[in-house]
Design a protein. Structure first.
Length: 181
């Protein structure tokens, strides 16, 4: 009788029928979560690239001379408006909604003319600073320039994780030297 019980347990231990199903049941949910994570992190990286390009387009457009008699604050506001329009157009081209954009609290720059025109809205607008003193490494002083800062929300969907339905703010910034007339 004892021998029969031992043989039954040994046979069960060596039996492999159904092992593949048990292994698949253990591995497939983990593999699904990894693939889902790759997809959502890829989406976040894609949006980060798009908002970075938008910030770069904004400073590129805002650094071009807007007038023939530069120097007044009205002129600098046209630089900021041009930069803001370029950022919005770049976001639309990337299939992102510009009204979702939020201003990022920018660092404080020294103005080239003593004051900095700061164009920051709470939502739906990038923060544009013009004219700012850009420091260049290895050279004394710096150049007058423009800077753009923005944030864009992204919501992860990873069930059974702490990131599920979690919103993070992706931020981007760019600065460029202003071109002379």
């Amino acid at each position: 009788m004892k021998k029969l019980g031992f043989n039954f347990v040994r046979r069960l231990w060596q039996e492999s029928r159904g092992a593949e199903i048990a292994e698949a049941a253990a591995v497939l949910p983990v593999m699904f979560m990894v693939l889902l994570g790759i997809f959502w992190f890829g989406q976040a990286f894609s949006i980060y690239g798009a908002i970075t390009r938008a910030a770069q387009e904004g400073v590129r457009a805002g650094s071009v001379p807007q007038c023939t008699t530069c120097g007044s604050p009205l002129i600098y506001s046209s630089y900021a408006t041009t930069a803001q329009t370029a950022v919005n157009n770049a976001l639309i081209a990337s299939h992102l909604d510009p009204t979702q954009m939020q201003s990022l609290s920018p660092p404080t720059f020294t103005g080239c003319t003593g004051s900095v025109s700061l164009s920051c809205g709470s939502t739906g607008a990038a923060c544009v600073q013009v004219p700012v003193q850009l420091l260049t490494s290895g050279q004394g002083g710096g150049h007058c320039g423009i800077s753009v800062y923005l944030q864009y929300p992204f919501r992860f969907w990873l069930p059974f994780t702490s990131l599920n339905n979690q919103q993070i703010m992706l931020s981007a910034s760019a600065s460029a030297r202003m071109e002379a007339n």
